[in-house]
Design a protein around this ligand. Structure first.
Ligand SMILES: Nc1ncnc2c1ncn2[C@@H]1O[C@H](COP(=O)(O)OP(=O)(O)OP(=O)(O)O)[C@@H](O)[C@H]1O
Ligand SMILES: O=P(O)(O)OC[C@H]1O[C@H](OP(=O)(O)OP(=O)(O)O)[C@H](O)[C@@H]1O
Ligand SMILES: O=C(O)c1cccnc1
Ligand SMILES: [Mg+2]
Length: 545
């Protein structure tokens, strides 16, 4: 069954970070995740969860799995109807019927050609710790009219030991309608997984895709910094954005909590407030700075900065670019350099980029250079970023030439201010000298598209296929328990993802295969795969061994 050609991504090398298990990804080997509830914690401490985790091969490494990162992710993070259905299944004696659900999305986000799958690890953490506390059961009892006590007893015994989860590895490039997860198990239990799983996967995959798209437009060589914590949709939005933007190809985050939780590299500069908090150089009391080799001390770093500024003012090619610079800004930069001589990076647009910020920065950077330090660079946060970055680079290169300071021209130029895919693309077209982009609002809020629209559909029960019909053909579900494969061509690129029935023979390398679109009869293609990769791997095998 032909689903979606991967040729749309032909030639693009995605550098998303793939992580299949906690072991393989240091990013998620956090030992700090908090258990949601004391009862769950106790259960884990007693080792009751031990031996249940499965890697992509379904093997059990035999150790305890932490709960979800966010302690609010409990079985109650659900739609009421999952509990009413669970009750009604139970009343009808159907609660244990073996069901198969597919989790998939229908359309790539952002008008694009691909999606990055994310959120799987949190789903497995949720499964591994799935149980309802007495308090939660009391609340469910009160929320369901006429709820019988025996149902509460049933809920008390519920866990995911009868559930199996097959999934595409987290961080993979995925396409519409191909199941990202296949979840098998007792229908009432699997039903209770629908909303939490969708919640954990929808935003994660959307923001990871957004990050990957920003990476693609920025190019491999640029440093991408996620600056979204202040604009994200609440605390979970911020933490999830940092985690999944890193997965999607960002290099670092400004979010300290995400750095601690996941080991994501932290990066940052300083704000306008720091610059405007200073009035004059007289405010700097401790003016001494030891040289980088520790062999000498400059007793008056402020005077050294002033001397360097005069040197720049007197240099022939820089002459005329500026006259007097803002002295409060110079005080802020000098003070910052005294605090961070080895990693000095200044925000240069508080007053006037070319007439003040850049010369002031260069004066401080030159003074540091005399003591053996190398300044890192600047940040631009307003105005025409293409023009300003180009002018700044020219200035740095002129100083390198005129004052004979090796590598001064290679200063890192960071840009921020409401950036998104389009502005980065526009900058590329105009030509710019930006080395690093700091991106917040548009990235983490996924401003260009609010949700991915993953769904969770019953495709089989008691070994019988199930379908959901719809007037809208794109909403018709694809029945049956399936296997999915990615077929690769001669040059090693993926050609197509296909779905087959569970018991159909798998595609064979070198054998011609007719692939058909599930809804559009006219779309079909013969493919001769050079490599075949099964996409759904076992991540949770319950008690099955
Ligand atoms: N060369 C460029 N080409 C296209 N877009 C740009 C370019 N330079 C900057 N931008 C974008 O244009 C917008 C500038 O917005 P705006 O004019 O509101 O900011 P500003 O006045 O420069 O700064 P602020 O209001 O934050 O002090 C930002 O979204 C920025 O990312
Ligand atoms: O623009 P974003 O992509 O969200 O990136 C984060 C923004 O947050 C900071 O300032 P803030 O926006 O708080 O103040 P500013 O608008 O005055 O710069 C920073 O200077 C960026 O502009
Ligand atoms: O470190 C920075 O420069 C930063 C962090 C968050 C938001 N804006 C900027
Ligand atoms: Mg801003």
């Amino acid at each position: 069954m032909y689903i979606r050609g991967s040729r749309g991504i032909h030639g693009i090398v995605f550098e998303t970070k793939e992580f299949n298990t906690e072991e393989t990804c240091p990013l998620f080997s956090s030992t700090h995740a908090q258990s949601p509830k004391s009862r769950r914690k106790k259960k884990r401490e007693q080792g009751l969860m031990e031996g249940k985790e499965n890697g992509p091969d379904g093997k059990k490494p035999g150790r305890v799995i932490d709960g979800p990162t966010n302690p609010m992710v409990t079985p109650l993070l659900n739609d009421l109807y999952q509990f009413t259905m669970a009750y009604a299944y139970w009343k009808a004696g159907k609660q244990s019927e073996r069901s198969v659900f597919d989790l998939y999305f229908r359309k790539n986000p952002f008008g694009g050609e691909y999606t990055i799958f994310a959120g799987l690890e949190e789903c497995i953490k949720f499964l591994a710790n799935f149980n309802l506390t007495d308090e939660e059961i009391d609340f469910v009892r009160d929320s369901l009219p006429g709820c019988e006590e025996a149902f509460c007893d049933y809920l008390r015994g519920l866990d995911c030991s009868d559930v199996e989860v097959y999934a595409i590895p987290e961080g993979s490039v995925v396409f519409p309608k191909v199941p990202l997860l296949r979840i098998e198990g007792p229908v009432a239990v699997v039903q209770l997984l629908e909303t939490p799983f969708l919640n954990l996967i929808n935003y994660a995959s959307l923001v990871a895709t957004n990050a990957a798209r920003h990476r693609f437009v920025a190019g491999k060589s640029k440093l991408l910094l996620e600056f979204g914590a202040r604009r994200a949709q609440g605390p979970d939005g911020a933490i999830s954005a940092s985690k999944y933007c890193y997965l999607g190809g960002f290099d670092a985050t400004s979010n300290v909590a995400a750095g601690k939780l996941f080991g994501i590299p932290l990066r940052g500069t300083h704000s306008h407030a720091f610059v405007s908090s200073f009035m004059s150089l007289d405010e700097i009391v401790d003016k001494a700075l030891r040289s980088s080799d520790g062999k000498s001390t400059c007793e008056d770093f402020v005077s050294l900065v002033q001397t360097c500024l005069t040197k720049i003012q007197n240099s022939s090619s820089l002459h005329g670019v500026f006259s007097e610079t803002n002295q409060s800004e110079l005080a802020a930069f000098t003070s910052y350099a005294l605090a961070f001589p080895s990693s000095f990076l200044a925000l240069v647009d508080t007053y006037d980029v070319m007439k003040s910020g850049i010369p002031n920065f260069c004066a401080v950077a030159l003074a540091l250079n005399e003591l053996g330090y190398k300044a890192v660079g600047i940040r631009l946060d307003s105005g025409d970023l293409a023009y300003q970055s180009t002018e700044a680079r020219k200035f740095f290169c002129a100083i390198e030439r005129e004052l004979n300071v090796p590598d001064f021209g290679k200063m890192i130029i960071t840009a921020s201010n409401d950036l998104n895919e389009e502005t980065v693309d526009a900058l590329n077209k105009q030509g710019h000298e930006v080395d690093a982009f700091g991106i917040g609002t548009n990235l983490v809020t996924c401003y260009a598209q609010a949700a991915l629209g993953c769904v969770f559909k019953l495709v089989e029960i008691n070994n019988q296929p199930r379908i959901k019909l719809s007037e809208d053909v794109t909403k018709v579900s694809i029945p049956c328990k399936k296997r999915t494969y990615r077929l690769f061509g001669k040059e090693g690129y993926p050609l197509v993802d296909i779905m087959t029935g569970e018991n159909e023979p798998p595609p064979k390398v070198g054998e011609r295969l007719l692939c058909r679109h599930p809804f559009n009869e006219s779309k079909r293609a013969y493919v001769v795969p050079q490599r075949v990769e099964e996409l759904l791997k076992c991540y949770w095998r319950g008690n099955a061994g």
